[in-house]
Design a binder for this molecule. Structure first.
Ligand code: NIG
Ligand code: FE
Length: 387
């Protein structure tokens, strides 16, 4: 057994549910880590002996960010689509087909290298857990390949064969639905923990409520947990469908009705907010503070993908949530750690408590407030405790 004491912490944020915003923030604390797990938290003056000591020099220490929504297995570039959008072209999901073509054309090694670079980029900005979706393959072989590669970097893998109806099935949506809920799901399930669907009647490429229901029910029967892309492009059925089926998370939630908020408050589904998407598609930001007041569990994630948000930065997301969605800096940090861990039904990450994974993120700053106060400055990174 090897142990290390992390000392010299200016502010320790545990997200253990105590204190202001549930942050459990304290000063003068130390953390003892044994074999990758948190073994002890308390006043530094009382810390038990450990094999090694790491002094972080007065910096703030937080649970590593949990990015619970990302599409990292893709090749190609859609910068032109972003530029056109900034000039007024609305997002309609059609660009997904462009990424499908470049992803299908890439070799395993090319995709593996792209994925590794994106995960490293995330870790360098403080993310220690990431969910990775398929969805740019849309054939049995290409979806399985994406999930197999994703499994090499995370256990949080999500089958998103129902991302869009691919061009070759445009004239026969029912046939694609049969494929996604039949042979593609059967082949993908061994590599996936979750199933997801782009439920969006406002996009001709995505899936209606009834189609989405079929995908989710089939995924559940195959043993997968449920996640939903819902209410992204306009008011719609995604949120209520997710709550009705007991999905772990419904993501985007850009356009919410009062009934959607009531359903979320009464159910167990986490509302995962993706403010990088509102930024990158010039959409209105949902009112996260109102969701919290209504008693809804919220999470924050990047949705890192080549179309609607090509940012891997949880600090950027936190800053947007504070500036544009009404959250306090503490609420945003909580949503990006404990909140997003909850959306993955995980209690071993997103919080620093005894027995949890010792995924520590350190800031070149004295407090968590600086994540939004110093927006755009690279102050966060995952703390490497290896000797
Ligand atoms: O979460 N909305 C569906 N999927 C992604 C966008 C994918 C893309 O445009 O490539 C999203 O926004
Ligand atoms: Fe997404």
């Amino acid at each position: 057994m090897s142990s290390v004491v992390v000392a010299g912490i200016g502010e320790l944020v545990t997200c253990d549910g105590t204190g202001t915003d549930g942050l459990g923030a304290r000063s003068g604390a130390a953390v003892v880590v044994e074999d990758g797990l948190v073994a002890w938290i308390g006043p530094q003056s009382a810390a038990p002996a450990a094999d090694r000591r790491v002094d972080v020099g007065g910096r703030a220490v937080l649970p590593g960010f949990v990015d619970s929504h990302a599409h990292l297995v893709f090749a190609g570039d859609r910068g032109d689509e972003f530029a056109a959008r900034m000039a007024g072209t609305p997002y309609d999901g059609g660009g997904i087909g462009v990424s499908v073509a470049s992803t299908r054309a890439a070799t395993d090694d090319e995709l593996r290298a792209l994925l590794a670079a994106r995960v490293a980029e995330m870790r360098a900005q403080g993310t220690t857990t990431v969910e990775v979706k398929s969805g740019y393959g849309l054939t049995v072989e290409d979806e399985v390949r994406a999930l197999r590669l994703a499994r090499e970097v995370t256990q949080e893998t999500t089958f998103l064969g129902a991302h869009v109806v691919p061009a070759e099935y445009a004239a026969d949506r029912a046939a694609y639905l049969d494929l996604v809920t039949g042979p593609m799901l059967a082949a993908a399930a061994p590599y996936a923990r979750w199933v997801d669907v782009f439920c969006e009647p406002h996009s001709a490429h995505a899936f209606t409520a009834e189609e989405a229901r079929a995908v989710l029910v089939a995924g559940r029967e195959a043993g997968l947990g449920l996640r939903v892309h819902g209410n992204q492009l306009g008011p719609g059925p995604g949120v209520q469908l997710a709550v009705e089926l007991g999905a772990a998370s419904v993501d985007h939630c850009t356009y919410l009705s009062g009934a959607d908020v009531d359903a979320l408050a009464a159910g167990t589904t986490v509302a995962t907010l993706l403010p990088g998407v509102e930024f990158s598609t010039r959409s209105p930001y949902p009112d996260a503070a109102a969701l919290l007041r209504a008693g809804v569990d919220i999470a924050l994630a990047t949705d890192c993908n080549p179309g609607t948000c090509y940012s891997s930065s949880m600090p950027f997301v936190i800053a947007l949530a504070v500036r544009e969605m009404g959250l306090t800096p503490g609420q945003a940090v909580h949503a990006a750690t404990a909140g997003s861990a909850r959306s993955l039904r995980r209690d071993d990450v997103g919080r620093l408590v005894v027995g949890a994974r010792a995924d520590l993120t350190v800031l070149d700053a004295p407090s968590h407030v600086h994540l939004s106060y110093r927006a755009g400055v690279p102050i966060a990174r995952a703390l490497d405790l290896r000797a």
